[in-house]
Write a protein that binds this ligand. Structure first.
Ligand SMILES: CCCCCCC/C=C/C(=O)SCCNC(=O)CCNC(=O)[C@H](O)C(C)(C)COP(=O)(O)OP(=O)(O)OC[C@H]1O[C@@H](n2cnc3c(N)ncnc32)[C@H](O)[C@@H]1OP(=O)(O)O
Ligand SMILES: NC(=O)C1=CN([C@@H]2O[C@H](COP(=O)(O)OP(=O)(O)OC[C@H]3O[C@@H](n4cnc5c(N)ncnc54)[C@H](OP(=O)(O)O)[C@@H]3O)[C@@H](O)[C@H]2O)C=CC1
Length: 292
């Protein structure tokens, strides 16, 4: 996405709007803190980075595409007047994760908050997955998040400083048809976070997850138009969430407001776990009971 496009995306707010979205938080909440956000070149990750920048944080951002990251960093620098580090890499490669973390630690002296937002999947019925597709999703969402968590935690322990991790996952408790691979990977991240919240508590490391529902973002471009329409009616609120819903939830967990919260999942999904149909890969005939 180039600079002009990033002002007028098909889904979600443009950069100018993003920089001015209302927030409940005070503007020095993260002054003096360093926040690392993965997948910050677009969508939810970009919104998270913008909000932390507005709250006084110094940002490091990573993702695969250098141009998207640099475009985002330029806006963040203009917004905050502070240094922003960009690092193109894939979270699927443990060596690239390690090199990125070392570079960020070296340049910024450390990190206070890690937001594992990078990830994704494709919509398909499970019978149609091939091995490569399954592995791509598990490797990105589960393994990639794990490399990031372990790498950050080792550095925090080495430095003797506390740490804070927020993982962006999905609202999976009712299952998600057309996304079986992602439910497996997100369940893995959630289970891992609960376990690590115990193991790493002695080091002052907190870990929490956000269970995102349908959040209108750049990510919607990955789905067929007729299926995207179901994202706006899959919960009792009958609308999609916005990127600021997730960004503010991340801040809540990472800030002192979350200081007694660890190993938790905060679902931000408009009630989707209670009611609603969600068919990212289309509705199978078996479920078309209304039309019989
Ligand atoms: C509670 C939640 C409900 C609300 C959800 C609302 C909907 C939005 C959800 C979102 O998460 S939006 C964010 C979406 N963003 C992304 O998904 C972006 C990142 N995604 C990706 O990078 C890919 O989807 C990926 C599969 C995770 C990785 O792709 P990449 O190209 O890097 O991987 P490869 O290793 O090359 O493997 C590609 C491999 O994957 C299979 N595949 C890909 N697309 C499809 C498809 N449409 N159908 C079936 N299979 C697919 C396939 O095996 C590919 O291999 P090749 O065929 O290309 O050889
Ligand atoms: N929007 C929604 O409704 C929901 C989103 N989510 C999750 O929220 C997160 C953000 O999604 P969203 O903003 O909507 O969609 P986007 O597609 O805009 O964001 C995904 C981001 O992840 C990055 N990314 C993907 N794979 C890798 C990788 N291997 N290494 C490094 N970075 C990677 C991408 O960067 P690049 O393009 O540079 O590779 C991109 O910036 C994702 O994990 C998504 O699955 C979960 C539930 C619902």
């Amino acid at each position: 996405m180039n600079s002009a496009d990033s002002q007028h995306p098909k889904f979600g707010p443009g950069d100018e709007a993003l920089a001015a979205l209302p927030t409940v938080y005070r503007d020095d909440l993260f002054a003096g803190k360093v926040v690392l956000v993965s997948g910050a070149g677009s969508g939810i990750g970009k919104a998270i980075a913008f909000l932390f920048a507005r709250l006084g944080a110094t940002l490091a951002i990573c993702g695969r595409k250098a141009d998207k990251l640099e475009d985002c960093a330029e806006k963040l620098r203009a917004l905050s007047g502070r240094e922003v580090i960009t690092y193109p890499m894939t979270i699927r490669d443990p060596e690239q994760v390690d090199a990125m973390l070392s570079a960020v630690w070296e340049r910024l002296g450390g990190v206070d908050v890690l937001v594992n937002n990078a990830g994704g999947q494709f919509a398909a019925h499970a019978m149609d997955f091939n091995v490569k597709g399954w592995n791509a999703v598990i490797d990105t969402n589960l393994n990639g998040s794990w490399y990031m968590m372990q790498g950050a935690a080792r550095r925090w322990v080495e430095q003797g400083r506390p740490g804070n991790i927020v993982n962006i996952t999905a609202a999976i408790d009712r299952g998600l048809t057309g996304m079986a691979h992602t439910t497996a990977s997100r369940a893995g991240v959630i289970a891992l976070s609960r376990t690590l919240a115990i193991e790493w508590a002695e080091h002052g490391i907190r870990l929490n997850c956000i269970g995102a529902g349908a959040i209108e973002s750049n990510g919607f471009n990955n789905y067929r138009e007729e299926n995207v329409s179901t994202f706006y009616s899959c919960n009792p609120m009958k609308r999609a969430g916005d990127v600021q819903d997730i960004a503010e939830a991340v801040v809540y967990l990472a800030a002192p407001s979350g200081k007694f919260i660890t190993g938790e999942v905060l679902n931000v999904e408009g009630g989707m776990l209670l009611w609603g149909e969600f068919w990212p890969a289309g509705k199978p005939d078996y479920f078309k009971v209304d039309q019989e």
